[in-house]
Design a protein around this ligand. Structure first.
Ligand SMILES: Nc1ncnc2c1ncn2[C@@H]1O[C@H](COP(=O)(O)OP(=O)(O)OP(=O)(O)O)[C@@H](O)[C@H]1O
Length: 371
């Protein structure tokens, strides 16, 4: 084990052990892919793990669950070492103090909802009566007690999801792992379950880690977002921090902002992709500049007015987003810019792929922060 890795793990361990949570340093090699992630989740905290396809989210879950062995690093939960290849420690999945709500981790079809929830407790040696009693409490807590006697086949998606959550939490695990727990639900059920999920995960008494592709699920359910790209953590912060100051193009798209990298000097930022921006905050050196697509206006002629950032490009993409149209404007030696316009403006400006347009936005609509 390298010193750096050992050092990080020890520091994380100390923090999370004090709070009874999860401290992990995960190094996993799978063919050419390398995961290299430090993760501390105190008890009572819900972390959403986000990232593009192939970023390593499932690898993290599987490594924590013991379904995949670490190449290097360690996993400590509630002060107990679960995995540490350097010391030859490995606790198999069934010996870990975990609850799982995986997309493919289905309820047992032949058992009632009550027996599904009681199953995990029975497997941990709890007597039949006590297990069923605890299961009942949990079904009530997640709001599906009236379906206690139903088999999974008789439950709706939302009800089955609640039973799966009750099953995962009933054993009082130190950590619950969730893999896209809301993905299979229809829009209105999702809205309802999304609101409750965060509360249950914060209140059950352990740490929670949820993989999701949906930024809204992450923002509403989680206290903290951890974003992975290429097997590494590229951003870690509260939903508000991440939404306000994305650090990569992927995160910027996720939270719906334009993001450019550049070098600040006074109130001007010279952009890496070419050109320069006028900004309101002055920051010297490597910076990131973010601004919302709603602040960008498109014109057919060179615009009049006070906006300081103006250049010409061509429409390179048009996408319908609820009640607006998101246009991508590209120009040689300039960064791509997203602009939200109304369908009426699309018609009025005769916006179509390849059309020449001027874009403009104000210096005061930009947010500049260290890059
Ligand atoms: N069995 C395997 N053998 C070798 N490489 C693998 C294996 N499974 C996954 N990988 C590689 O590991 C990387 C991370 O995969 P992982 O499934 O963890 O990503 P993910 O973030 O969960 O992606 P998605 O959002 O698509 O589910 C990918 O590049 C993938 O090609």
């Amino acid at each position: 084990m390298t010193t750096r890795r050992g050092g990080e793990a020890t520091e994380g361990n100390r923090e999370a052990t004090a709070a009874g949570g999860l401290a992990a340093y995960l190094a996993v090699r799978r063919g050419t892919f390398e995961l290299d992630v430090g993760l501390v989740v105190p008890r009572g905290q819900v972390v959403a793990l986000l990232g593009p396809n192939g970023a390593g989210k499932t690898t993290v879950l599987h490594a924590l669950a013991g379904l995949l062995r670490l190449t290097d690093g360690s996993v400590t939960l509630r002060g107990r070492v679960l995995d540490d290849p350097g010391r030859g420690t490995f606790v198999p999945p069934e010996g870990r103090d975990l609850g799982m709500v995986f997309q493919d981790y289905l309820l047992f079809p032949h058992l009632s909802a009550l027996d599904n929830v009681a199953f995990g407790l029975r497997a941990r040696g709890v007597g039949r009566g006590a297990a069923r009693q605890t299961a009942q409490v949990w079904l009530e807590r997640v709001g599906v007690l009236e379906h206690a006697g139903s088999r999974p086949g008789q439950l709706s998606g939302g009800q089955a999801q609640r039973v799966a959550l009750a099953r995962a939490l009933a054993t009082d695990p130190g950590l619950v792992l969730l893999d896209e727990p809301l993905a299979a639900l229809d829009a209105s059920t999702r809205l309802e379950v999304r609101g409750e999920l965060g509360r249950h995960l914060r209140e059950f008494g352990g740490s929670a880690l949820m993989v999701t592709h949906d930024p809204l699920d992450a923002m509403v359910v989680a206290d903290r977002l951890v974003v992975l790209e290429g097997g590494e953590v590229v951003q870690d912060g509260s939903p508000t921090e991440v939404a306000r100051a994305p650090r990569t193009e992927y995160v910027a798209r996720l939270v719906g902002l334009n993001l450019h990298r550049g070098r600040g000097k006074g109130s001007v930022v010279r952009l890496e992709a070419g050109g320069q921006l006028h900004v309101a905050d002055t920051l010297e050196g490597e910076v990131l500049v973010a601004y919302p697509p709603t602040s960008v206006t498109l014109h057919r002629q060179h615009p009049e007015g006070s906006a300081r950032n103006v250049w010409q490009g061509r429409v390179a993409g048009l996408e319908q987003h609820a009640h607006t149209v998101r246009a991508q404007v590209s120009a040689p030696d300039r960064p791509h810019v997203l602009a939200d316009v109304t369908p009426a403006a699309v018609a009025e400006l005769d916006l179509r792929l390849g059309a020449a347009v001027w874009l403009s936005f104000k210096a005061t609509d930009t947010h500049v922060y260290p890059g």
